[in-house]
Design a binder for this molecule. Structure first.
Ligand code: AHG
Ligand code: MN
Ligand code: MN
Length: 365
């Protein structure tokens, strides 16, 4: 693996490093070896010479909300929190109770934190301007998908949170819609939380990607995946093939290419699709692969949202050495005109995204 392990052996494959599983005794907990998210953020503040700690505090607030959502996700089967909330959101999708809960937690954490002057969320049609005494001098706005992969909540499959942080362009007072109408290249930081077999927070401030695993016993995110890099090419393609007949020809031909036999390029590739973009992206980031959500009949502009799904994921993927496009052009350079704007999305290992792009230019004009 390209990243080194630094925390209690997380991420190591015991079958590779230790021949017998029964020899894999639990290791003593060495506090000196653990670097918490809080410690890491403070250390990294010196990367930005004029930083006054606002971004650090904002990331810390996101970490706190993530822990609360983790707690609810983990007891979702016990608590009365599964299922529909009985509403539809601005995109006409049915809203799950956990969508509502996660949205409220992140809004609360960002509102009281004092560093954020407006929030844009998948669950809210308009922005949420923050007008509190603490946020008077806030410099940042946050766009988020509080709960990604909602359809997986009720069936105990990984879900996530995605966030994207911009410096405001408005001058003072609560933030405005204009603060969010910035290209993805302007993101100051971005990340995701995956609530999976363990909960991880992965983020970037434009200087590489680092992953932290939540140790529930101490309630801290601990650095487990420093300097994450994705492979130039992989063996996994992730796409909802149920929509095949509606895909553009370029995508259809690329899928056929993935399925062809060819020893030199290790094809056929494996198909893996969870249906939570965070989980599919996280797996492919670690193992190498491509994620595609193209245009379809029901989503003629693509399904995923540029502001709070594609841009933050694209920044992470690029910072890890991969690529993210709409099939032709770089995601991070797309012009944004509305909060809930959709785009086709191709992201992952650089060679695979390029190859899919070649198929798109050749067969889809
Ligand atoms: P959300 O739950 O935030 O609406 O996002 C769901 C997204 C994405 O996470 C996932 O990859 C995709 O929708 C799944 O869509 P299909 O069920 O159409 O494949
Ligand atoms: Mn989503
Ligand atoms: Mn969502």
């Amino acid at each position: 693996m390209p990243h080194k392990q630094s925390y209690c052996g997380i991420g190591q494959n015991p079958r590779k490093t230790i021949p017998f599983l029964h020899l894999c005794k639990p290791r003593p907990f060495l506090m000196s070896k653990v670097k918490t998210l809080g410690q890491f953020i403070i250390e990294k503040q010196t990367d930005f010479p004029y930083a006054k700690g606002e971004l650090s505090r904002l990331l810390r607030d996101i970490g706190i909300a993530a822990k609360i959502v983790h707690r609810e996700v983990n007891k979702a089967g016990l608590a009365d929190i599964l299922g529909d909330a009985g509403e539809t959101n601005v995109q006409g999708e049915s809203v799950k109770k956990l969508d509502v809960f996660a949205n409220e937690q992140f809004i609360a954490a960002l509102s009281v934190g004092g560093e954020c002057c407006a929030i844009a969320s998948e669950e809210n049609e308009d922005i949420i301007p923050i007008d509190t005494p603490q946020s008077k001098n806030a410099k940042y706005v946050v766009a988020m998908d509080p709960l990604d992969g909602s359809s997986n909540i009720d069936v105990n499959v990984s879900v996530g949170t995605i966030f994207s942080i911009y410096r405001r362009v408005s001058l003072s007072g609560p933030g405005t819609v204009q603060d969010f109408m910035q290209r993805g290249t302007e993101q100051v930081a971005a990340g995701y939380i995956i609530y999976g077999s363990s909960t991880m927070l992965v983020y970037t401030t434009g200087k590489g990607v680092n992953g932290f695993t939540l140790d529930p016993s101490i309630g801290e995110f601990c650095l487990s995946h420093p300097n994450m890099q994705t492979a130039k090419s992989g063996k996994i393609y992730s796409i909802n093939e149920g929509n095949y007949v509606h895909f553009p020809d370029g995508v259809k031909k690329y899928i056929k290419y993935c399925q062809e036999e060819d020893k030199a390029t290790k094809r056929p590739y494996s198909s893996r699709y969870i249906g939570s973009a965070v989980a599919d992206i996280h797996r492919n980031l670690i193992n190498g692969g491509i994620y595609i959500y193209p245009t379809t009949a029901s989503s003629p502009k693509g399904k995923l949202r540029l502001l709070y799904e594609c841009n933050p994921i694209a920044l992470i993927i690029e910072q890890a050495g991969g690529k993210a496009t709409d099939g032709r052009h770089r995601i991070l350079e797309q012009e944004i005109k509305t909060l809930h704007q959709r785009t086709p999305f191709f992201a992952g290992s650089a060679d695979m995204v390029e190859m899919a792009g070649d198929f798109m230019s050749k067969y889809s004009g």
